[in-house]
Write a protein that binds this ligand. Structure first.
Ligand code: ATP
Ligand code: MG
Length: 361
């Protein structure tokens, strides 16, 4: 039997899953869960970077995300959904990997800079905030995955992960720096140079308009601009009817701009009736159709996507023990592979003085 290749990806428990997660990453997870051995991390420690004072919220969100995954169709018997803080090997790897990245290299990471700006963190972030970028390299490499399905904002983090793996393999496994990324394991390395896998939409915008730099903000749990997969039909309607569109358009007869307009970005992303979208975009540009009519149509489209997820979610909400069981099973499987990686890493680093046995029950 050939071993399936592995996938690692996940989410920070700072809220629930939204439409951006769905098109950015969840669709790929669903499409690939048969072909690959999948590990989905709920990165609860990373949530403490911005909300250390809100442990109850983080706890609620861990359970919400797990429920969202199951409601979307992630099958806990095929894929491992796990809680980061219950996989200690990840922390041990974080410490070792932090020595392989220059401090200034981490601080130059554009995703950290964007988060500091968009979440208004100023100079007031904890030491652990930049550390999470290093920790994420360990979240990923602990599973030695081939693919990492993510949204575009994660690419700089994945580049750090690739750098850590190259440096580790060169420093501790004698891999020649000229080696091509795809050949690192063949050349004696133990950590693969992972590949990002972007979703159908690399960066879905939010419902709320532009940020401080004038560009539309990405849909984000923390920015109050998200439509959640668990929102009820009325909430979806309210959010869509209030969404940002073309600010220069006052009346339905004014010509409208469809570019950089969330209303049309959403129709293009979610409306299966491509002909309707093209015809109505043209009508909108010519001032022949109003925002309200196009928003109403979008409400229909989004509710028909979210409805089945909502229904399955309600079922899981009645069975919270099943959600915990899925997490327990997934975390057990995650520990097995992460411990294996840690043992390989320590051996390569000559820090394997005796074998250790952790209880994995
Ligand atoms: P936070 O606001 O707390 O950072 P988030 O909404 O950005 O939350 P994350 O948990 O940081 O969500 O991201 C989980 C995954 O979903 C990542 O792979 C990320 O790239 C992807 N993702 C998040 N938002 C979007 C989006 N708007 N479009 C596409 N992919 C997204
Ligand atoms: Mg994020």
């Amino acid at each position: 039997m050939t071993q399936k290749k592995r996938i690692l990806t996940g989410d920070t428990p700072t809220g629930k899953l939204h439409l951006g997660h769905y098109v950015g990453s969840v669709e790929n997870r669903l499409a690939l869960q048969d072909e690959y051995e999948c590990y989905f991390i709920i990165a609860n420690k990373h949530a403490f970077t911005t909300r250390a004072d809100r442990p109850d919220d983080i706890r609620t969100s861990v359970l919400d995300l797990a429920t969202d995954y199951l409601a979307c169709g992630i099958d806990p018997n095929k894929s491992s959904i796990f809680v980061q803080s219950e996989v200690p090997a990840i922390d041990e790897l974080t410490f070792f990997f932090s020595m392989l990245l220059p401090f200034n290299r981490v601080m130059r990471n554009p995703t950290l800079k964007d988060e500091i700006r968009d979440k208004g963190l100023g100079d007031n972030y904890p030491f652990g905030f930049p550390l999470y970028a290093v920790g994420q390299t360990a979240d990923i490499l602990a599973f030695r995955p081939e693919l990492v399905p993510v949204g575009e904002d994660q690419l700089p983090h994945l580049e750090l992960t690739r750098e850590v793996a190259r440096r580790f393999n060169q420093m501790y496994c004698g891999v020649d720096p000229q080696t091509e990324d795809k050949d690192y394991i063949k050349a004696g390395g133990i950590l693969p140079i992972i590949q990002p896998k972007l979703g159908r939409v690399h960066r879905l915008v939010g419902t709320g308009g532009p940020g401080p730099d004038g560009n539309l903000l990405k849909m984000s749990k923390s920015l109050n601009n998200a439509i959640f997969l668990s929102d009820d039909a009325d909430t979806v309607q309210k959010k869509v009817m209030g969404m940002y569109t073309d600010p220069k358009r006052i009346r339905a007869t004014d010509p409208g701009t469809t570019e950089n307009n969330p209303l049309w970005i959403f129709h293009e992303t979610f409306n299966p009736d491509k002909q309707w979208v093209e015809e109505m975009k043209e009508a909108y540009r010519q001032g022949k159709v109003g925002d309200v009519a196009c928003k109403r149509k979008l409400v229909e489209v989004l509710n028909s996507l979210i409805d089945p997820i909502r229904t399955r979610r309600r079922e899981y909400e009645k069975r919270p023990d099943d959600v915990i069981d899925a997490l327990r099973l997934g975390t057990q499987k995650a520990n097995r592979i992460a411990e294996e990686t840690l043992a390989m890493v320590k051996k390569a680093m000559k820090q394997d003085y005796f074998s250790r046995v952790l209880s994995l029950s």
